[in-house]
Design a protein around this ligand. Structure first.
Ligand code: ADP
Length: 596
């Protein structure tokens, strides 16, 4: 016989029941007074609670979970400093426009008024209102369910972003006089595009000599992979994915122009931008990266995004990508590409760039370079993974690590690659990896029920980037998450320690080839190159390896793959300089020469 849920006796239970009614399956956060009861009430209802070490990582994780599942991720934190730390995830969610987040935070009891100086008191609603889509303190304890549902709905209706609910301590601990049960929020109604504009975009594409389709992470979030596949296969338009648009169509699709990115952008005369903004990632749609007279059509769910920058206002379509592409396809189903000149140009450029990349990937070096390291990791992982690349989900952060790995690791499925995103936020990596592990393997909200296959989450981290969230390895250990982390260690930010770095004359320590400490000049980009990230991982309950050559790297990847009871971290010592070939003493005793 099914067990009856316990009666609702406290505000904490009312909050938990409201989240359950909204079909929330997991919450990311950190508890403290007064939200412990909320987390415990959620656990009692079978909602998972993933307890982090810093609210920053928890809020990043919740928003990434929202991106991967299409429903808001939920983050629960304490008031005051908890909210301040979670602001990082709030900003990141809003700027990424596809990372819906419901933030719940405790706060001082209502009787404290705004200025009494109560424990962790902060006027969080005033703070967050300008940075969220909706921020509210419920007018009463009984109104909690409505407020939570509204904030949840705001987070993913329209352009995804943040809904915030402030939870005063007396509401959490109080006894509700009335219990309102809220309804689940259904996915937002599909928004169709203006038919006249759809026709105009079809005509513009038909008239193009050098058409190009740009696929952004909005298309991944909108789950438009099916219709986009049909569209590209029918029209044979070349397409270019943005960094997180990768995988909406498989990277190995013959019409993917990623290997000819610069040629495609500079040469295209008519571009259809699908779920991507003309921001820095796309060079604002302006010369010199784009052709001066290019005509840019756009599909976006956000009206304010249209008619911005260099997009053609008459070809801007407000609507949901899947709906609008379904409208557009019949207008172009009998389309014939104008000439082969454009595809020949793109193919020649792709061939040239691929040859350069292949040369870098196959050149055996000591010390290791970015290209060689990533190639080895990719080849070893794909050989070990039963489903090959399909069962690998990549998270990537760190300027060079993210940039260089992007073209080396192929992605064949949508939402299988997360990176630092629109804000280029360093510190998202481990939170995102935990979110991916939960979405794909624990709640399985990110995959259709019929296709539940275990995915392996791979986190590619620069040695600077991992520093922002290192303690979350303990979170991974506690929940026994078999995430494999690679620290691509070049000894600092960007090029790390390099002969070319300008120095500031600050003294720092280094170890010479005899193991003696010596003073060296500390650049602004230098970090502790001997940092034992692998040792830290072991101390936090995971496994760790420090490798500096190909054989050791391949062996460590195999051993990490076999470790399924918690995280693995491989600290890969590579050459300093962005892909350069410099040698430094820090690669190991007597293995190089220091010029510092
Ligand atoms: P990228 O980082 O891939 O360049 P951006 O973050 O710049 O992508 O752009 C994503 C865009 O997708 C945002 O402008 C957002 O409003 C839009 N978007 C999100 N969901 C949808 C949807 N369902 N339909 C249409 N556009 C969407």
């Amino acid at each position: 016989m099914a067990q009856q849920p316990p009666p609702i006796q406290t505000g904490a239970q009312l909050i938990a029941h409201s989240l359950k009614s909204l079909d929330v399956r997991i919450i990311f956060g950190i508890v403290g007074i007064p939200v412990i009861e909320v987390a415990e009430a959620c656990l009692a209802l079978g909602i998972k609670f993933v307890s982090f070490r810093n609210e920053q990582a928890a809020s990043y994780a919740a928003s990434a979970y929202g991106y991967l599942t299409g429903r808001p991720g939920v983050c629960l934190v304490v008031g005051g400093p908890g909210v301040l730390h979670a602001m990082a995830g709030v900003g990141n969610s809003m700027i990424n426009a596809t990372y819906p987040l419901l933030l719940l935070a405790g706060s001082a009891e209502t009787a404290a008024g705004p200025t009494k100086g109560a424990f962790q008191q902060l006027d969080a609603v005033s703070l967050l209102a300008p940075h969220t889509k909706f921020a509210v303190r419920p007018p009463s304890l009984e109104d909690l369910p409505h407020s939570i549902r509204d904030a949840y709905r705001f987070a993913f209706y329209g352009r995804p972003g943040v809904g915030f609910v402030d939870l005063p301590a007396d509401f959490i601990q109080g006894v509700p006089t009335e219990v309102i049960q809220v309804e689940r929020v259904e996915p937002q109604p599909r928004i169709l595009g203006d038919e006249q504009r759809v026709l105009a975009v079809a005509q513009a594409l038909r008239s193009a000599q050098r058409p190009l389709i740009v696929i952004g992470k909005g298309a991944a979030y909108a789950r438009s992979e099916g219709i986009l596949r049909e569209f590209i296969d029918a029209t044979k338009f070349p397409f270019l994915p943005t960094p997180q648009g990768k995988g909406v169509l498989p990277d190995n699709h013959p019409l993917n122009t990623s290997s000819a990115r610069s040629t495609a952008l500079a040469g295209a005369d008519v571009v259809l931008l699908i779920g991507a903004r003309l921001n820095w990632i796309l060079h604002f749609g302006q010369p010199p990266k784009w052709s001066p007279g290019v005509c840019i059509a756009q599909i976006d769910i956000c009206a304010e995004e249209l008619d911005r920058g260099s997009a053609d206002p008459s070809l801007s379509i407000l609507g949901d990508i899947t709906s609008v592409m379904t409208q557009l396809l019949p207008h172009l189903s009998n389309y014939q590409p104008p000439s082969s000149a454009w595809s020949t140009t793109l193919a020649a450029s792709a061939a040239k760039n691929t040859a350069i990349a292949q040369r870098k990937a196959s050149t055996v070096t000591h010390p290791l370079t970015y290209h060689r390291t990533f190639t080895l990791i990719k080849d070893t992982l794909e050989a070990l993974s039963p489903g090959g690349a399909d069962n690998l989900v990549y998270v990537s952060e760190g300027a060079n690590t993210m940039d260089i790995s992007r073209s080396i690791f192929p992605v064949s499925s949508p939402r299988h690659r997360l990176d630092a995103g629109t804000y280029a936020t360093m510190g998202v990596g481990l939170g995102y990896a935990i979110a991916a592990e939960m979405a794909y393997n624990h709640t399985r909200e990110a995959t259709a029920p019929s296709t539940h296959v275990r995915k392996r989450i791979i986190s590619l981290e620069g040695d600077s980037a991992i520093g922002f969230s290192l303690p979350e390895i303990e979170t991974m250990s506690r929940y026994r998450l078999p995430i494999i982390i690679f620290v691509i260690n070049n000894g600092g930010v960007y090029h790390g320690i390099s002969d070319n770095s300008p120095t500031w004359g600050t003294e720092h320590w280094d170890v010479d080839k005899d193991g003696k400490r010596k003073d060296v000049l500390l650049t602004s980009t230098a970090l502790g190159f001997e940092t034992g990230y692998d040792v830290v991982a072991q101390g936090l309950g995971g496994r760790g390896w420090r490798v500096a050559d190909e054989k050791a790297l391949a062996q460590a990847v195999k051993e990490a793959w076999e470790h399924r009871d918690g995280p693995s971290l491989i600290n890969v010592i590579i050459t300093s300089g962005a892909g350069g070939e410099l040698e430094f003493a820090w690669l190991g005793k007597g293995k190089g020469r220091s010029k510092l």
